[in-house]
Design a binder for this molecule. Structure first.
Ligand SMILES: N[C@@H](CCC(=O)N[C@@H](CS)C(=O)NCC(=O)O)C(=O)O
Length: 221
């Protein structure tokens, strides 16, 4: 049984989850692998306490423990999970196509999840009067100016970034999650709005949906 160590918390407006932890939950669901979730205290992560560093040398989440195989970094974990079970492959067939999918996955991580998304997402974990509204708007502006035009161009009529759903789309599942809570208007980018909605309709989205309580998304047998 795989255990996912991540951060999740319930608020009146829904369940908020680590974006990188959510990437792993999506792939576990897509691959139909049994798992359970252990929530880690955000305070222990921010303070880089020894029990966190013992499992993740950078003191972050997520990490997994697969019967003694301990792995960190959502991208590495998702490649491992994809290889672990051959069903429903989440990378395309040829080396060139696989490299493109990995490059797009890296764009999601570096260009969105590490850049603009935290500016919108982190304030939602704090009370409303402590949120930096200007920083949140700068995050949305970054999505409008950089990310959505790139997604629109990459999609160019396809349902998913590489045609079929793949690891390249997994970071964007967390964009769909964050914007569901944030309610950002995406109507100027209709193809992106449709894409995010398509991602939300996948069964695997339930594991990270803000509307699903932690107890309902703590794993599957
Ligand atoms: N590249 C890592 C990034 C992990 C990461 O930044 N996780 C965030 C939560 S989404 C975290 O633990 N932040 C706490 C910190 O940086 O101190 C991955 O893909 O797993």
């Amino acid at each position: 049984m795989i255990t996912v160590f991540t951060m999740e918390r319930e608020y009146p407006y829904g369940t908020l989850r680590s974006t990188n932890g959510s990437k792993v939950k999506v792939v576990l669901e897509e691959k139909g692998l049994p798992y359970h979730v252990e929530t880690v205290s955000p305070g222990a992560v921010w303070k880089k306490q020894p029990e966190i560093l013992a499992n993740h040398p950078l003191g972050k989440v997520p990490w997994i423990d697969d019967d003694g195989v301990v792995l960190y970094d959502s991208t590495v974990i998702n490649e491992y999970l994809n290889e672990k079970r051959a069903n429903n492959p989440l990378l395309p067939a040829t080396p060139g196509q696989r490299a493109v999918a990995r490059a797009l996955e890296n764009y999601g991580d570096e260009g969105v999840l590490s850049k603009f998304l935290p500016m919108i997402w982190m304030p939602w974990w704090s009370p409303e009067d402590q949120r930096d509204a200007q920083a949140m708007e700068r995050g949305r502006q970054g999505l409008r100016e950089e990310v959505f035009p790139f997604l629109q161009q990459t999609l160019s009529g396809q349902d998913y970034l590489c045609g079929d759903f793949s690891l390249a789309d997994v970071p964007m599942m967390t964009v769909a999650m964050v914007l569901e809570v944030d309610g950002m208007d995406t109507s100027s980018f209709p193809e992106v709005a449709d894409y995010l909605q398509r991602l939300r309709q996948r069964d695997s989205y339930q594991a990270i949906s803000p509307q699903e309580r932690m107890a309902e998304t703590a794993g599957s047998e």
